[in-house]
Ligand binder design. Structure first.
Ligand code: HEC
Ligand code: HEC
Ligand code: HEC
Ligand code: HEC
Ligand code: HEC
Ligand code: HEC
Ligand code: HEC
Length: 415
């Protein structure tokens, strides 16, 4: 699903009662978010004093010096694949391969749900959609009365625990399937962002035709090395976000390290850990949508909880960008998201003072205590109140608002 289509997806966002906390927090969760629509968006691009870089849109970053995720210029031979990293970084390879980022795309023949079902069907009258198997693979067919349109499933985008959208080929064109498979309902439903009034013809009920540029971007965010020297070449794409999607092509690094040329090896690979926080958030934003990418989106409707870099940048915690509030302060890009919310307490308390009570032992190994204002309401489970989750019905799932803030009952979603 193209993230540009997110407007409709968030049209009916609601705060999820996902965490069962005690006392005060329960009240906060009984909030129904009111959806508001704003016309104008302004994102301040000012860099605070210090050596921060300025925020930049991905389109601009891609023309900067050095590798940037979703760049298309590298040669195919420059990519060596994740297996080539294992010899020296086995722990990272082991961890990273289990993440949903690593599973962001599958070839049709390797997609579990397509393998395990001989057919999957769904009907949105007057259209009937059926996914079936034949000797060459999987077909996707839409019928109405006596007419039908059919195509091959080439890829499925999205990990298999939430939603998977199919990339189809029919008559030489690429399409994003009108229906996606959702694990939570074990079946097909409308692809988020496609929730237009009922399709008027077979092609619309089949999917959204992809321009060369759309398809290239879709693969750039979900696979590795899908474009070579600027040419879109999905046949040879490496499924999922692999090491080289973030760190850039690794051939020179591997060669140098094998030859014990450590300095040369380091210079031949990108270490985003060396970036300042603004650049780091833009880095993840190459795919998750950098603040200025969201600002530049034309059909902008501001219900975009799913664009974490943008949401975070609106938060007052980001008013002085700092490493302690960059994406990697809370997420190890090589590992799964931590679902235990107490894990995040120490991240907040790296900046905010702890309100000490006899029962609030400091977490082991946490950074020096913060000095910013402390919370009068609670000493733990910070994110449960300040980073609420919103259920997005069309996504059959929920998202965490990264605009860290005080949420009052009845508050509209900040835009
Ligand atoms: C032959 C061994 C070897 C292989 C293979 C290898 N690396 Fe490395 N890598 C190293 C060494 C050694 C370092 C430097 C570690 C240090 O300085 O502590 C390093 C450092 C890195 C760094 C940090 C760079 C920096 O500036 O500190 C990254 C990122 C990295 N490797 C990624 C990769 C990726 C991605 C692959 C696979 C494409 C890979 N490596 C394959 C040996 C290897
Ligand atoms: C090349 C594109 C790309 C880049 C760069 C990227 N991501 Fe992702 N990320 C994705 C995609 C695509 C998904 C969705 C995977 C899925 O569920 O299908 C994702 C999912 C995630 C998830 C959710 C995992 C889950 O279990 O729900 C986290 C957390 C995440 N990314 C963090 C980061 C961070 C932090 C960075 C920067 C260091 C980053 N990403 C950079 C493409 C990217
Ligand atoms: C600018 C980068 C970008 C483009 C372009 C893009 N995606 Fe994504 N997509 C993402 C990221 C990042 C996520 C994860 C969002 C999250 O979980 O917060 C995602 C999530 C998804 C998911 C949901 C996965 C899940 O776990 O629920 C599906 C399905 C998907 N994309 C399909 C597509 C398809 C199909 C296309 C192209 C036709 C496409 N996307 C284009 C970046 C992109
Ligand atoms: C989603 C983007 C992303 C992917 C995918 C990714 N990395 Fe990283 N990697 C990062 C970021 C960001 C840092 C900086 C982390 C920090 O400084 O805390 C990093 C740091 C590193 C480092 C140096 C610092 C350290 O922690 O040792 C190595 C080595 C490395 N990555 C190897 C790999 C390998 C090998 C893979 C594939 C198995 C991989 N990375 C996949 C984003 C990514
Ligand atoms: C890098 C340091 C840093 C981190 C980490 C951080 N914050 Fe903040 N936070 C700030 C700053 C700076 C402000 C603005 C303070 C001011 O203006 O007085 C702020 C303000 C706030 C506010 C008040 C917002 C408002 O609109 O009045 C809340 C609530 C908050 N933070 C909660 C959190 C929570 C919860 C976490 C962890 C998920 C967190 N912060 C992590 C720096 C940080
Ligand atoms: C202060 C801590 C913090 C920071 C900073 C942070 N995140 Fe998160 N993130 C969280 C929490 C908490 C969750 C929800 C974990 C759970 O499922 O309980 C989350 C969830 C996610 C998810 C999963 C989808 C969702 O909405 O639940 C993605 C993707 C993600 N973060 C990406 C990012 C990116 C990209 C950045 C940098 C712009 C970032 N995060 C910065 C705390 C943080
Ligand atoms: C039960 C919900 C809840 C939890 C859990 C919670 N907070 Fe709060 N927090 C609030 C509310 C409500 C306010 C606003 C209080 C007010 O305005 O009097 C607040 C205010 C704040 C402020 C603004 C303080 C100021 O004076 O400007 C900060 C900072 C903050 N919280 C950080 C945190 C941190 C850090 C944690 C975790 C250690 C945390 N909160 C846990 C509900 C919560």
């Amino acid at each position: 699903m193209s993230l540009d289509g997110l407007d409709e997806r968030f049209g009916r966002a609601k705060i999820a009662m996902r965490y069962r906390l005690r006392a005060a927090s329960d009240q906060l969760f009984a909030i129904a978010a009111i959806v508001a629509f704003a016309q104008v968006l302004s994102v301040t691009a000012q860099a605070p004093p210090g050596k921060q870089t300025e925020e930049e849109a991905t389109s601009k970053r891609l023309h900067g010096k050095g590798w940037w995720p979703t760049a298309t210029y590298a040669k195919r031979e420059a990519f060596v694949g994740t297996e080539a990293c294992r010899a020296c970084h086995s722990d990272k390879v082991f961890q990273q391969q289990r993440t949903s980022m690593a599973k962001a795309a599958w070839k049709a023949a390797e997609t579990a749900v397509l393998q395990s079902n001989s057919s999957i069907s769904h009907s949105i009258p007057p259209f009937q959609t059926e996914i079936a198997k034949d000797r060459e693979g999987n077909t996707y067919t839409v019928k109405r009365g006596g007419e039908e349109m059919t195509g091959r499933i080439l890829w499925s985008m999205g990990n298999d625990t939430m939603g998977q959208t199919f990339v189809l080929r029919s008559n030489g064109n690429l399409f994003e399937s009108e229906l996606s498979y959702f694990a939570s309902i074990r079946g097909l439903d409308l692809t988020p962002g496609h929730s237009k009034p009922s399709p008027e013809n077979l092609e619309q009920a089949f999917g959204e035709r992809q321009s060369a540029e759309d398809a290239q971007k879709c693969f750039a965010c979900h696979t590795t090395a899908s474009s070579v020297r600027g040419q879109f070449d999905p046949e040879r794409a490496i499924p999922g976000i692999t090491c080289e999607a973030c760190h850039g092509p690794g051939a020179l690094h591997v060669k140098a390290m094998q030859d014990k040329q450590i300095e040369e090896g380091r210079n031949a690979i990108v270490d985003p850990g060396s970036f300042d926080p603004v650049k780091l958030v833009d880095f993840c934003g190459a795919c998750h949508r950098a603040p200025l990418d969201v600002a530049a989106m034309k059909a902008y409707v501001p219900i975009n909880i799913r664009f974490q870099p943008y949401r975070l940048s609106k938060s007052r915690c980001w008013s002085k960008p700092d490493r302690r509030i960059s994406c990697i302060a809370c997420h190890n890009p090589h590992d799964e998201v931590v679902r235990d919310i107490t894990y995040y307490d120490s991240k907040c308390l790296a900046c905010h003072a702890e309100r000490l009570t006899p029962t609030s032992p400091r977490e082991q190994g946490s950074a020096a205590p913060g000095t910013l204002p402390s919370c009068k309401v609670s000493t733990s489970h910070c994110v449960s109140c300040h980073m609420p989750k919103y259920v997005v019905p069309q996504m059959h799932g929920s998202f965490t608002d990264h605009d860290i803030r005080i949420v009052h009952a009845g508050d509209p979603l900040p835009l």
